[in-house]
Design a binder for this molecule. Structure first.
Ligand SMILES: C[S@@+](CC[C@H](N)C(=O)[O-])C[C@H]1O[C@@H](n2cnc3c(N)ncnc32)[C@H](O)[C@@H]1O
Length: 401
């Protein structure tokens, strides 16, 4: 049971040992008073994350109170999003694992890694035989890149603890860190990858500030160029990007997708994308009032996680995010059946949902009791909601009311 161990034992004990201001506190168990003490950093960080990201906020991990706050609260929250998306696309995860087995090393890139949140979610997935199977795992090699070295060091130590705690991972996990802008790192990375993960970083980077330019001669910005370079290296499970559910970050992801397709950097076919798209036409939500994002009902395990989210004003009952999962050329996603459509809205006025089509959204009349929700895949012939919603490892996905 990796999640309860991680969020209620390993992280709080580690944070207390490394971030307590007083020596005498360090080896005592994490308590209510510690939760109060560390909550200040969580609260401030939460405010930073909910503000518009136009301002330069990329150096928050310089400060110990933000590193400790991130580890205690945001790491489990963001890892749960990865856990959910891994569960929504078992075919992509299988392709990553098969690639690792075939080549002898499962090489995972985690860009803008922070404390390796996405990698930790990957390890939780790998530890669950219901998800990754009971066969032995191949050696796993993580390559992390971030502009902030200290938070990567924290995460690396946590991953080492995790790998030595669970026999299935013992002796199998290696983490290599590089302190650099992820676009530069990605553009120079020359090895084949089993899986590339980017968590909550596309929305954060100010590319012009790093590179002195907004785009190349083709009009492609550095993120698009870096992802297109990675596409040439990506094998196995391809490239997964998860970003906040907010309109600006979601539309940034949609535009990146469109640029890659229009510049011919990824194949113009639905098989080039694991999800959420079921077509390779232009994204209808890359601009304008609506945007492509998902809400999954969830209960994130952890006593202190619950305390922190209540103190922030609400219990976290939903995981909200936007994402784009590109398939590797050598392991394409299956061709979706022509009748399938992704629902990209909630039910509007108890009677309509929006369906994703190339360049436009289509309205579909639904019965208020149809049970159709944002993110579901429906079959136009059967009008049945068909999105798999089994529970990610340790994350309880509550059935829709
Ligand atoms: C919100 S945190 C996400 C951390 C982790 N990926 C997660 O999902 O929890 C964003 C991370 O991106 C890093 N970052 C921001 N701009 C970056 C850039 N241009 N290159 C590399 N890392 C960057 C930040 O330092 C931070 O660690």
């Amino acid at each position: 049971m990796v999640w309860p161990w991680l969020v209620d034992e390993a992280i709080p004990a580690w944070v207390k040992k490394n971030y307590s201001p007083r020596e005498s506190w360090k080896d005592k168990p994490f308590s209510k008073d510690d939760a109060l003490f560390f909550f200040k950093g969580i609260e401030e960080l939460s405010e930073i994350f909910t503000e518009e990201r136009g301002r330069a906020i990329t150096h928050y991990f310089n400060h110990p109170k933000f590193r400790s706050g991130y580890l205690l609260y945001f790491l489990p929250l963001q890892a749960a999003k990865f856990a959910s998306v891994f569960q929504l696309h078992p075919g992509a995860m299988k392709a990553a694992l098969d690639h690792g087995r075939k080549t002898g090393t499962l090489r995972v890139l985690d860009l803008g890694a922070g404390p390796g949140t996405a990698s930790i979610a990957f390890l939780a997935w790998a530890l669950d035989p219901r998800l990754s199977g009971s066969e032995e795992l191949p050696p796993i090699e993580f390559h992390w890149c971030d502009t902030q070295a200290k938070i990567m060091e924290d995460g690396k130590q946590l991953v080492e603890m995790l790998a030595s705690h669970f026999p299935r991972l013992r002796g199998k996990v290696r983490v290599v860190t590089t302190t650099a802008p992820w676009t530069r790192f990605a553009s120079n990375f020359s090895q084949a990858t089993s899986l590339v993960l980017l968590g909550h970083v596309i929305n954060e980077a100010s590319f012009a500030a790093q590179t002195g330019r907004d785009s190349d001669e083709q009009g492609l910005d550095p993120a698009t160029l870096a992802i297109s370079h990675l596409e040439t290296r990506a094998e196995g499970g391809g490239i997964l990007m998860i970003d906040p559910a907010a309109r600006s970050s979601s539309q940034k992801l949609s535009r990146l997708r469109d640029q890659l397709l229009e510049a011919g950097k990824i194949e113009n076919a639905p098989t080039a994308i694991w999800g959420p798209c079921l077509h390779a036409g232009r994204c209808p939500l890359a601009m304008g009032r609506d945007w492509c994002h998902f809400s999954i009902p969830a209960e994130i395990p952890g006593h202190y996680f619950k305390v922190f989210s209540k103190n922030l004003g609400s219990e976290k009952n939903w995981l909200k995010f936007s994402y784009l999962w590109l398939a590797a050329k050598s392991s394409p996603a299956p061709t979706p059946s022509q009748e399938l459509r992704r629902v990209v809205s909630d039910v509007i006025d108890s009677s309509t949902v929006l369906l994703c089509e190339p360049e436009k959204v289509e309205r579909l009349g639904v019965n208020a009791l149809s049970g159709i929700h944002r993110g579901d895949v429906i079959n136009l012939n059967e009008r049945k909601s068909g999105l798999a919603r089994s529970a990610p490892s340790g994350i309880v996905i509550r059935p829709r009311r």
